[in-house]
Design a protein. Structure first.
Length: 461
């Protein structure tokens, strides 16, 4: 029998998703979708070779599950000569917040990933989500509340997991199976509307399709594609922001500058989501919105705090944080920045200019176009203007008789050279020789206005 249009479309799809010859762990439940997936893989194997490893997960949630597994092993071996690995798992929820559906998904993917590790380093996990699943997922997320990333629906590639059937409908796949005389098993729980997914599939989707939009499924899938494109742009913007600001979300304490509040809210939300993923948190839209609105506590004791012109994401073990230990905030080219109860004013000026404040520094703009601010850290040193050697900031504070409580609040200006952070100025006290400028050149004019009056007199650089 020749290759039909569905197989041609499938071949074109998988050629985009994985290279030839890789091992594929194929999740096979015995239902129509997964049987169609396995059949299409075998039908295109000569044109796009791969090592096929079918795997069946028995969640033990149905009386018929063992019989279904036995039938599947026998049928696949007889039809294609392939052994099916059957793995029994325990789908008991781990917490009160985890449903049986969520627990089953968790242990299912754990088993698939474990088997993929056994099959080799280049192994992909291939699952049978199709376009109807995509539409139902998007609608369900709309109903419970979601963001741009959630609207994008099920991703075709997610780590090792690949989904080549997202452009195929359930009915098209069943017609293909009938034409190829391939059997499948119906899971009786798929019609049980006590499960949210099944209520969406059997009650909500049909009602909306009949009463509101006959092409509802297509409309939802189209919305998902548009959201996916936007989500990709957001991901790129987040990557660029993290790179430019030297932010590593895997760290226990992460600071996101709020001087960039002009960024679209979805980008800020994506940054928080990245932190959550890096620390094993599945954050809801409500939890992310709470963090953007003000101080909040996330699951597992993680905290979000606003202060010193930044958003601070903190692991549970960090108690009573002093933001001076973790804050690194990029300075705007022009504007005002809250800092330790007072504020900084940043202006682009021509050197020299008249001092109009107590604590002022000027840093050459051409040499250092991007600056950041943080507080003093142990080991910081600077090479003051005109000096050949370096001086510890601790000694600078001592020379100027700055009281100890103020030393950890004093703004320190830093720049980046050859991948290293360099201290360029302690605002109003001392400037590094590398930051010097000349008459007529543009400079960053930085002035600090502490809220508390200076008890030891005015100091000018």
């Amino acid at each position: 029998m020749g290759q039909n249009p569905l197989e041609e479309k499938f071949l074109t799809t998988i050629q985009r998703l994985w290279p030839q010859g890789v091992p594929l762990v194929v999740a096979v439940s015995g239902g129509s979708d997964s049987m169609a997936l396995l059949a299409l893989l075998m039908a295109t194997l000569s044109q796009w070779p791969a090592s096929i490893y079918p795997m069946h997960i028995d969640h033990g949630l149905r009386e018929q599950s063992a019989a279904d597994a036995k039938w599947l092993k026998s049928y696949v071996r007889e039809k294609w000569g392939l052994p099916v690995v059957v793995k029994e798992v325990d789908a008991t929820p781990m917490t009160s917040h985890e449903s049986v559906e969520m627990a089953a998904r968790r242990v299912r993917y754990q088993a698939l990933h474990h088997y993929a590790e056994e099959c080799g380093p280049d192994t992909r996990i291939v699952v049978a989500h199709q376009s109807d699943d995509q539409a139902e997922t998007i609608l369900m997320r709309i109903l419970v509340g979601t963001g741009i990333e959630g609207l994008s629906g099920i991703k075709p590639i997610q780590g090792l997991v690949v989904r080549p059937l997202l452009e195929f409908s359930r009915e098209d796949l069943r017609q293909y199976l009938r034409a190829r005389l391939i059997s499948w098993r119906e899971d009786e729980t798929n019609s049980d509307v006590k499960w949210v997914r099944n209520r969406i599939r059997h009650q909500v989707m049909p009602f909306l399709t009949h009463e509101v939009n006959p092409k509802l499924s297509s409309a939802l899938i189209r919305l998902g594609k548009q959201a996916s494109e936007l989500s990709g742009w957001i991901d790129s913007a987040v990557e660029q922001f993290f790179s430019e600001h030297h932010i590593d979300v895997s760290q226990p304490a992460v600071t996101i500058p709020l001087t960039h509040s002009v960024l679209p809210r979805p980008i800020l939300a994506a940054m928080l989501s990245r932190y959550g993923i890096a620390h094993g948190l599945r954050l809801s839209a409500r939890q992310i919105n709470a963090a953007l609105a003000g101080d909040t506590t996330w699951p597992k004791g993680f905290r979000v705090m606003h202060g010193d012109g930044a958003l601070h994401l903190l692991e549970p073990q960090i108690t009573n944080p002093t933001f001076s230990e973790c804050a690194l905030v990029e300075l705007p080219k022009e504007g005002r920045l809250a800092w330790c109860g007072g504020h900084l004013e940043i202006r682009t000026k021509t050197w020299p200019f008249a001092n109009q404040g107590s604590y002022i520094s000027a840093i050459d703009l051409a040499r250092w176009p991007i600056l950041s601010i943080r507080c003093w850290q142990p080991g910081d040193s600077i090479r003051p203007l005109g000096m050949h050697g370096t001086k510890k900031l601790q000694d600078v504070f001592s020379d100027y008789k700055i009281p100890r409580p103020w030393r950890h609040r004093w703004p320190v200006i830093v720049g980046y050279a050859e991948g290293q952070v360099r201290v360029l100025a302690v605002v109003g006290l001392v400037t590094d020789d590398e930051a010097k400028t000349w008459p007529g050149r543009l400079v960053h004019g930085i002035s600090w206005h502490p809220k508390t009056e200076d008890p030891w007199g005015k100091i000018r650089s």
